[in-house]
Design a protein around this ligand. Structure first.
Ligand SMILES: Cc1cc2nc3c(=O)[nH]c(=O)nc-3n(C[C@H](O)[C@H](O)[C@H](O)COP(=O)(O)O)c2cc1C
Length: 195
């Protein structure tokens, strides 16, 4: 049984294109047998702080109760990432980059000796054998255009932690005249994926 981790970050719930597409994709991969774990980054995510960074650097047995609480979210996010075979990230573009919650997630899961390490040859990602799908939705900005600071960043970040098998599914320009077409293409792409 494969584990599918779905990460949503749109602040919209009722009319979110990225949530709709990550849902369709998760159903597609899930089939009859696989397990879906859902992480909604608009609920319960905090930004890192000096205290939370100090806490995660300590071994479990060395942490105080308060430090354990501060490290708990980062610990859980890393654990669910380590356990996942498939990762589906809903990435609506906000101001040419990712939503703040998605950046906060990256800050929380990038941990030395867990998800990456420094070697004589530079940083090496420690996550292995995962396939990631990134669902990019924008109002008008072209994916991979010179003002898209989200897609290249996400690709780079995922590679940094060891996830290099990444497929981008995009509906860019949903507010344009052909917005509905773009969404239709994204759904067709999901339907035709070889999983
Ligand atoms: C705060 C905010 C900032 C946005 N910034 C951009 C942007 O820089 N470029 C763009 O093309 N669309 C931008 N949009 C439009 C969203 O990308 C668009 O609404 C998309 O559908 C969001 O995904 P969702 O439907 O899953 O919420 C922005 C929307 C919001 C709410």
């Amino acid at each position: 049984m494969a584990k599918i981790l779905v990460i949503d970050s749109s602040v919209r719930f009722n009319s979110s294109t990225s949530r709709e597409l990550t849902g369709i994709l998760a159903d597609r991969i899930k089939g009859d047998a696989n397990e879906v774990i859902h992480r909604d980054l608009t609920r319960g995510i905090h930004f890192i702080s000096e205290q939370s960074l100090n806490s995660v650097e300590k071994l479990l047995e060395e942490r105080t109760v308060e430090e354990n609480e501060l490290a708990a979210l980062s610990d859980s996010l890393i654990e669910e990432l380590e356990l996942a075979d498939y990762l589906i990230i809903g990435a609506p573009m906000y101001n040419f980059g990712p939503p703040a919650s998605l950046k906060a997630w990256a800050d929380l899961v990038a941990r030395v000796k867990r998800t990456f390490e420094y070697t004589d040859n530079g940083p090496v990602g420690l996550l292995r054998n995962k396939k990631a799908f990134v669902v990019v939705v924008t109002g008008g900005t072209g994916v991979n255009s010179n003002i898209d600071f989200m897609t290249p960043w996400l690709r780079h970040f995922l590679a940094f932690i060891g996830i290099t098998n990444v497929e981008i599914i995009s509906a860019d320009g949903v507010y344009g005249n052909d917005g509905e077409e773009k969404i239709k293409f994204a759904k067709e792409k999901i339907g035709s994926l070889i999983i």
